[in-house]
Design a protein around this ligand. Sequence first.
Ligand code: DX5
Ligand code: ZN
Length: 231
Amino acid sequence: MTFDRSIKIAPSILSADFANFGEEIRAIEGQGADWVHVDVMDGHFVPNLTFGPPAVKAFRPHVTTVMDVHLMIAPVDPFIEAYAEAGADILTAHLEAGPHIHRTLQAIRAAGMKAGVALNPGTPAEAVGHLLDLVDLICVMTVNPGFGGQRFIDMTAKIRRLRAMIGDRPIHIEIDGGVDPTTAPLVVGAGADVLVAGSAVFRGGSVKNASVYGENIRAIRTAAHALGSAA
Ligand code: DX5
Ligand code: ZN
């Protein structure tokens, strides 16, 4: 994975057909997805349950781009090796998931993955000030994590602050929650480069009607570029 700040669309397979992940992943990649975003939830850190390491491992052969795994679990550390073995390219842990995020990020890199840190809406940008040399990605949650299809919470000021703090470091700013063609320009204008989108990508489409995924991805990308370049 080489680093660049071009806009990347990362569909969340939380909004895919849960009985058909292989085909769903091929469909979104065939329709222009840059990364595949995998939301791991534990029914404890967030009030919903999704995929364990065996499921993520089963997704791996279908992903030809980047498998971006977002852990919404606590604790994180006992599971890092399992997600490395499952084939995650990027493993993101929540800053709020435990008392030792610094150790967690070190362990993720030591296991051979890119390390991400995610911030809930209530967590300030400054919380990552001492972590910047340990992370490859900062995920700014624009919903309270746990479910797809929630209303976007404006975190523009936080994104701008993070962008300034990052400076020239090769760190992605990823936005997760309520991203669609209306909200994408706001976050890209503030400095984001990776846009996770679940409902806005899968809405109206299916593996049999995958061109809708393509239209949805292009609509987000076009909107993001339009205002992103004006900002
Ligand atoms: C929320 C997840 C998101 C979610 C985004 O807890 O981390 O990735 O699937 O879904 P939308 O785009 O529908 O808000
Ligand atoms: Zn996510």
